[in-house]
Design a protein around this ligand. Structure first.
Ligand SMILES: Nc1ncnc2c1ncn2[C@@H]1O[C@H](COP(=O)(O)OP(=O)(O)OP(=O)(O)O)[C@@H](O)[C@H]1O
Ligand SMILES: O=C(O)[C@H](O)[C@@H](O)[C@H](O)[C@H](O)CO
Length: 189
């Protein structure tokens, strides 16, 4: 019982209200989103569920999405972050700076990007051992080609995904706590 209370306390710090888990395909966005959200009393949305069928078909057939394919999808991500009073976590690759600007514009203030960083070999091997996903592993090169990691003026943290998922999640939580402690931006909460 005491152990359970301690566990609750451990996850009871300040967590931003609007979080995007970003990174290339295979970086762990969905796995982390699903596991992290209940720990911090957030609603989790998988960004892939906002793609029009035409985008899913395109990727399934092995073609990389272009900017024009992504705009309506990014808008939905922004709208989802803005919806309701509850804490929201959305997984979305958000590869380019202009995509994150679009999400921020639509969502309004206070979006924090959690950049899941990992090297190509590691993520390719994780993609090849998962099953039932539409995204072909060979599209990973195009994902890295588009990737622009968050810049200094963006509200973001970066977490290396090489470690086991539980540790990655703990690192995300701790980095968010540090960010909040240092931030004067109360719109994040
Ligand atoms: N830290 C980790 N350690 C080991 N395996 C992991 C880790 N994170 C994710 N995985 C595994 O890697 C694979 C890819 O993860 P996941 O599908 O969550 O990535 P994703 O970023 O959501 O991918 P996509 O954008 O293509 O949907 C999954 O099989 C998942 O179980
Ligand atoms: O921006 C993109 O190229 C796509 O959205 C991809 O990132 C996919 O959504 C995802 O990686 C596959 O699950």
């Amino acid at each position: 019982m005491a152990e359970k209370a301690a566990q609750a306390d451990a996850w009871g710090g300040y967590v931003p209200k609007r979080i995007v888990l970003m990174g290339v395909s295979g970086s762990g966005k969905s796995s982390i989103g699903r596991a992290f959200a209940p720990l911090v009393q957030a609603c989790y949305f998988d960004g892939d569920s906002f793609h029009p069928q035409s985008n899913i078909d395109k990727m399934t057939e092995g073609a990389a999405l272009k900017d024009e394919d992504r705009w309506p999808w990014l808008k939905k991500v922004g709208e989802t972050l803005a919806s309701g009073d509850r804490r929201v976590i959305v997984s979305c690759s958000a590869l380019k700076r202009i995509y994150r600007d679009c999400i921020r514009d639509v969502a309004g203030s206070g979006v924090v990007f959690v950049y899941l960083s990992g090297n190509r070999e590691l993520l390719a091997s994780r993609m090849s051992s998962r099953s039932g996903h539409f995204m072909p592993e060979f599209l990973l090169d195009s994902q890295y080609a588009d990737l622009q990691p968050p810049e200094k003026d963006e509200t973001s943290i970066t977490v290396d995904v090489i470690l086991p998922i539980e540790i990655v999640i703990r690192n995300i939580y701790e980095k968010l706590q540090s960010m909040i402690r240092l931030s004067v931006n109360t719109a994040l909460l």
